[in-house]
Design a protein around this ligand. Sequence first.
Ligand code: CO
Length: 641
Amino acid sequence: MTTIESPTIAAHPLDMLTAEEVTRAVEVLRASGRVPEDARYIHIVLHEPSKETIAAHRPGNVVDREIELQLVTGPTLEVTEAVVSITAGEVRSVDVIEGVHPTLLFGESGDAIFKVKNHPEWQAAMNRRGITDFDLVQVDPWPAGTFGSPHEEGRRISRCISFLRESKTDNGYARPIEGVIAYFDQGGGEVLEIVDLGVVPLPPNRGSYLPEDVGPMRTDLKSLEITQPDGPSFSVEGNLVRWQKWSFRVAFDPYEGLVLHTIAYDDQGRIRPVMHRASISEMVVPYGDPGPMHGWKNAFDVGEWGLGRMANSLTLGCDCLGAIHYFDGVLTTEAGDPYFVENAICMHEEDYGILWKHTDMHGGTSEVRRSRRLVVSSIATVGNYEYGFYWHLYLDGNVQLEVKLTGIISSMAVAPGDVPEFANMVAPGLAGPNHQHMFCARLDLDVDGTENSVYEVEAERVPPGPDNEWANAFKMRATRLDTELAAQRETNPADSRTWKVVNPSSKNGLDQAVGYKLVPTMSTPTLLAHPESSVGRRAAFATHNLWVTQYARDERRAAGNYPNQSSGGDGLPAWTAADRAITDTDVVLWYSFGVTHFVRPEDWPVMPVEYTGFLLQPVGFFDRNPALDVPPSTASGSCHA
Ligand code: CO
């Protein structure tokens, strides 16, 4: 055992990871001699403490900071997972996992771009298309998927596709170089094969969205300023946020990106837990064109790239308006050195229209209250697409996740006169293949404590009869979901289906079990690919909208920890095969939601934001409208009489 003086000054077990902690964790692990010096670091994150440890923590207690490190130690399918305590200066575990493919490494992906562009067969394929200046070609390495290609055997590979730019800042996606795919051995550092499926003419037009290229800008937009002369209504202490009656902790994960911990509501002095942890555990973008150029595309942007690794630094006045608090994210280079993503997380308040209102026509009173929400957000750029994740907390106890999709579509070139069957034209000679964006939120609800049960709640139509003479009757039906397999469910907007998490031992003033319900606020699909297809097996989480599992500390990512080139079945299908009981116990909801994207001309050359998400709403958690005490927003008679 190596003892190194602890750098930790963590005051709380869930404090965000610091750069010093990353450095010390690497020192402790290297000093142990249990990993090669030249190992590359995939991620270094806080090994999140158990719920018991978090609950037992009192201010001033020593925090044992355990750090999780994931390393690649060679060219093949071997990943090392280690846990070190930087408080104790000791290595707690080192496990070598065989046969898995970690996320794509940045260094290897840069190598792929360089070596593909220097490969004579790729250059010959470019020449066949009249392309001779390779500096203007953009090469995008993609996760290769799992399709039984001999290149996949024993290797970590990517498939690289190419785009032609007119200049360095041009939009390459306007001119996809159709038909050319390079297989690259990421671990071995060599081009395996150049496939040329045949020449399709480059689309004729540029697709620039830069101001200098789009013509005159409108001149009639007057300035719109958000001012908060008294400052924002939130307070921040480390990563602990307090806003109105809410409190929670913010964290940043290389894969999940923005994570919220220990969301609780101060109900007249009683701190009531609502959700222990909330994050996007995985996502997948499966394409629906069956051809050899696009049919293999199904990016798992959490597990194959990482929403945190791809997070933007956000800018005041552009990404966020108003009185902003930023949190930096700490990530690690593949050499094991910490670096900051400055302003990775943005937090601010927004006016959100009216909260409640009534004009009493008899009594002559009129009361209106303004709604306000706290917004905690982060944006990831994964290749061509941008994903913004916006957690909203409201004054009435609602919690919402809104996902904003923007950026540039994945494009395909279409020969003049051809009409694509599985894609829509967006510009002359240019189409966007049909695809989906499916997200899986992991929602560890702890409603007034960990012992919870889950009900499916929906409308039940009552048949006409003597008890329903006018055939108008409908009931609310609540069905308890008792086991994990019974809790694999789909949305049903026609019957207003929601899912309610209750605490049977915590009752409200009406003697009802307190609860929170998951409301699918926007229409959402499930996975359209066949469940037995390659992507269907790997992204099984998207074959149902709802999954419920019995809480297990290490069950975190819906498609497993290593979805890259996986054969499928990991994550939710594996965990729920045990069909564990989910009544009166600690439950985790997994909500798979998203959009099916039939691309429009309006999505080109850059896509206006498309929205998806869900709402968590108190249901009997409070005895009445919890926002009665929100004061009128002006002292004058205008908001109340
Ligand atoms: Co899309």
